[in-house]
Each structure stands twice: as structure tokens, then as C-alpha cells.
Write a protein that binds this ligand. Structure first.
Ligand SMILES: Cc1cc2nc3c(=O)[nH]c(=O)nc-3n(C[C@H](O)[C@H](O)[C@H](O)COP(=O)(O)OP(=O)(O)OC[C@H]3O[C@@H](n4cnc5c(N)ncnc54)[C@H](O)[C@@H]3O)c2cc1C
Length: 397
């Protein structure tokens, strides 16, 4: 392939989505990826309705539905109270053709996208190629990776929270980091017979958690439990399977042990880049914003960035639009990141961990009332399913 007009750094879900839509629009892409394959640690697993809508025409949604678990309901629970509120996403069928979440791990989605990209002569990927610097001039960008350098008209930084692309342009990344890390424990235990939906949030002043079903590598699926840790807990203890089992027993005691198949520990941040566009450099996904995983929004939002930037960049490269269109990408997506992604995920965590008993009682009552009143339930799910944010952003000029 001759020098591609666009280099994408990072083959995560955001970068692969941008590549997929650029190539589909006839724009060749060179992708640089630090790893030697698609990264498959257990991170995002929830796909929301707008993401399914954006992938529908291309046939990707049908493939996600083949691999994923359709979750029509999600629950808000109290650790001691049990089910507090049950939200039925089918109420959104007046608004979307996909009134549900799909539980499908991000590496599965990445592989679906990669399998399509591999078929195109307009796509090239260089594995084991960590970008270490990006410079730009009036005519283009240069990305270096060790002794090699690559030239293009534009670069998309999709290289995750520690983005070299963002840092190389000295773009600030303001926000904060939570003192507690989140532990993800994957178990074979099936929570459904105990009354859980495929997607659940458990509130508790000390031991809140999020519990989800994922396809995993077995026909019956697997369940993931995400919960906070305290800063003094040692990483090796937290990751130890026996201690993870004890932790689950303290959370939800059961006879017989929990079979643990995986543990993972994450630092959690709330940050947004000061701009998503600097000249010929564009940022998407975790390179542009990071947030806590409660509500399952980070990957979805990165995909929405990718859909937006690829459409605008394709129009600019094909001479159909002025490059000021890329400023619109920045305005729309950065506003959405602040007003919806940061706001909603910070609020999701506050609701789960509320310590003040009076305030906690009010929050639980509020959830109960929201789920039982169809008008309020609809409004709540418009926000938590990311539909409202997508609509508001589309109206920004
Ligand atoms: C526990 C947990 C649960 C989550 N659950 C959800 C969920 O249910 N739903 C949801 O929407 N989000 C969720 N998220 C967030 C989600 O995982 C991220 O938002 C998502 O991975 C971002 O995708 P990305 O492609 O932007 O970045 P990444 O997935 O981080 O991919 C970045 C890629 O860039 C590569 N790279 C990095 N540096 C370089 C370099 N210098 N040169 C070349 N390549 C490089 C990396 O190897 C990687 O492949 C969760 C996160 C965590 C931690």
C-alpha cells in the first residue's frame, strides 16, 4: 500500500472502529499497534443501543448479536435490600430499533472489526510497533516508532489513557484519579437463579459492586464482579484466586465455593483532554477521555468518537468539506465527554457508594420510583443508554 492518508495509533475498539469506517468510505489507513495481537484482558463488555445503531448498516451489529448476550433488563440492587429497581429497556422501543444492551467483551468486538479490515487492500497494520513520537508540519504528520518513521496527512491517536500521541502534542488531560482501584473477578457461578439480571449494580456504603454476565469461553457464559479495593490492599493479595473467593463470599455468601477463573485490578480515572484536535492530530477513545466503568460507557463513547471522526475526516480528505469540520468533531465530542460521560459515570459511582444513611435511603427511593413510573423510567434509560447524549451532540454546530 502507498503512504496512507491516515495513520491510526492503537488497535483497541476505538482505533479499529475508526479504521473500519474510514476504509469503508474509501480512505486507506495504516494502523500501528504496540502489541502483537488484539489485547484481550477483561474490560468493557456492555454495548449500548446507539452503538448497535451505528454499526447496523455495516453488518457489524448482526455479528455482535451472534456473539453476545442480549440483556433486556438491568437491575439496581442494595447489597442487603436485594432488588430495588428493575429497568426494562424494551420501553425504549419507541426510540431505537435496539432496545437492549448486548453483553459482548471488547476483544470479541475488536476481532469482528479486525476480521473485516483484514479483507481490505486499503488497510495495513503493523503489530509490535509502539509509536514513540508524533510531529506535524504544514503538509502532514510524522509518526516514529523506534528507528522507523511513517508519514501521513492526519494521525488519529487511539492509543489509550496513556496516549503517546496526546502527550507528544502537549495536550493537557485534566481531572482526577480515585484513590481506590477496582478489582474485577470472573467466576463460573451463575447468579441468574438468585434473581439477578444479566446486568446489575449493587449499592452499599462499603461493599458496592457491579455484576454482569459475559459470553466468556464457555457455553454457559461467565460472570464478572467489579468492586472497589482500599489503597492499603496489596496487589498480589487482591489478585490471588483464594482471596478473591473469600471476597465474593463476604459480598454474597453461598454454600460451596465460587470457582474463580480470572482476576484483574485497574486504576480508575476521570479525565478529559483539553482538545480532541490539534492541527493534523485527532484524539479518540481513552486517549481523549477516561472514566470509571460503572454504566459501561467508556468503550461505547470511544466508538462514537470513532464514528464521528471517520465520517468528518473522510469528507475532508476527499475534498468534500473544509478541514474546519474537524473542529466540529472536537466541539461535539468534548462537550459530550464533559456533559454526559463524566457527569453520568461520576454520578453512577456516587449513587452506589452513598454512605449517609438518609441520603442513601432517598437515592434508593428515587431508583424505585424511577423504575415503576414508565415516564421516569423512559427518561432514566434515555440517559443511561447513552441515547440522549448522542442526540444532544448531533445538534451542536
Ligand atoms: C474494568 C473495566 C470495565 C469496563 N467496562 C466497560 C463497559 O462495560 N463498557 C464500556 O463502554 N467501557 C468499559 N470500560 C472502558 C473500556 O475498556 C475503555 O474505554 C476502552 O478499552 C477504550 O478503548 P480504546 O480503543 O480507546 O483504548 P484501549 O482499549 O486502551 O486500546 C488502546 C490500544 O492502543 C495500543 N497502544 C497503546 N500505546 C501505543 C503506542 N504508543 N503505539 C501503538 N499502540 C499503542 C494498546 O496496545 C491498545 O491496543 C471498562 C474499563 C475497565 C477498566
Amino acid at each position: 500500500m502507498a503512504a496512507a492518508p491516515v495513520i491510526i495509533v492503537g488497535a483497541g475498539p476505538s482505533g479499529l472502529t475508526a479504521a473500519f469506517f474510514l476504509v469503508r468510505a474509501g480512505v486507506p489507513v495504516l494502523m500501528l499497534e504496540r502489541g502483537d495481537r488484539i489485547y484481550d484482558d477483561p474490560r468493557a463488555a456492555t454495548i449500548h443501543p446507539p452503538t448497535l445503531e451505528m454499526f447496523a448498516d455495516s453488518g457489524i451489529t448482526a455479528k455482535i448479536l451472534e456473539k453476545g448476550i442480549v440483556a433486556r433488563y438491568w437491575q439496581f440492587r442494595g447489597l442487603k435490600e436485594g432488588q430495588v429497581a428493575l429497568f426494562d429497556l424494551d420501553l425504549l422501543s419507541d426510540t431505537t430499533g435496539f432496545p437492549y444492551r448486548v453483553q459482548c467483551e471488547q476483544h470479541r468486538l475488536s476481532r469482528i472489526l479486525y476480521a473485516e479490515l483484514e479483507k481490505s487492500p486499503d488497510f495495513e497494520i503493523r503489530w509490535s510497533t509502539p509509536a514513540d513520537a508524533v510531529t506535524q508540519d504544514a503538509d502532514g504528520v510524522t509518526v516514529t516508532a523506534g528507528a522507523e518513521s511513517f508519514r501521513a496527512s492526519y494521525v488519529i491517536g487511539a492509543d489509550g489513557g496513556r496516549s503517546v500521541v496526546r502527550k507528544s502534542q502537549e495536550i493537557g488531560f485534566e481531572g482526577f484519579t480515585y484513590p481506590e482501584r477496582f478489582l474485577v473477578i470472573t467466576t463460573t457461578h451463575d447468579f441468574e437463579p438468585e434473581g439477578f439480571s444479566y446486568s446489575n449494580y449493587l449499592s452499599d456504603p462499603d461493599r458496592w459492586a457491579a455484576i454482569f454476565k459475559v459470553p466468556g469461553d464457555r457455553p454457559a457464559g461467565l460472570w464478572r464482579v467489579t468492586s472497589p479495593t482500599t489503597p492499603d490492599e496489596r496487589e498480589e493479595d487482591l489478585l490471588d484466586f483464594a482471596q478473591a473467593e473469600e471476597r465474593l463470599q463476604k459480598l454474597l455468601p453461598k454454600e460451596g465455593g465460587y470457582e474463580i477463573v480470572h482476576t484483574n485490578l485497574y486504576a480508575v480515572h476521570q479525565r478529559v483532554a483539553e482538545t480532541f484536535r490539534k492541527g493534523r492530530v485527532l484524539l479518540i477513545g481513552d486517549a481523549a477521555h477516561v472514566n470509571n466503568p460503572l454504566g459501561g460507557m467508556g468503550m461505547n463513547f470511544g466508538i462514537h468518537d470513532a464514528v464521528s471522526v471517520s465520517a468528518k475526516l473522510a469528507a475532508v480528505i476527499k475534498g468534500e468539506a473544509n478541514d474546519a469540520l474537524l473542529d466540529l468533531f472536537d466541539r461535539q465530542r468534548r462537550h459530550a465527554a464533559q456533559a454526559f460521560l463524566q457527569f453520568q459515570t461520576i454520578q453512577n459511582k456516587q449513587v452506589l457508594e452513598e454512605k449517609d444513611p438518609v441520603q442513601r435511603g432517598k437515592r434508593l427511593d428515587d431508583m424505585r420510583a424511577a423504575a415503576t413510573d414508565p415516564v421516569r423510567a423512559h427518561a432514566h434509560m434515555m440517559k443511561t443508554s447513552m441515547i440522549e447524549g448522542v442526540r444532544v451532540v448531533a445538534a451542536i454546530e
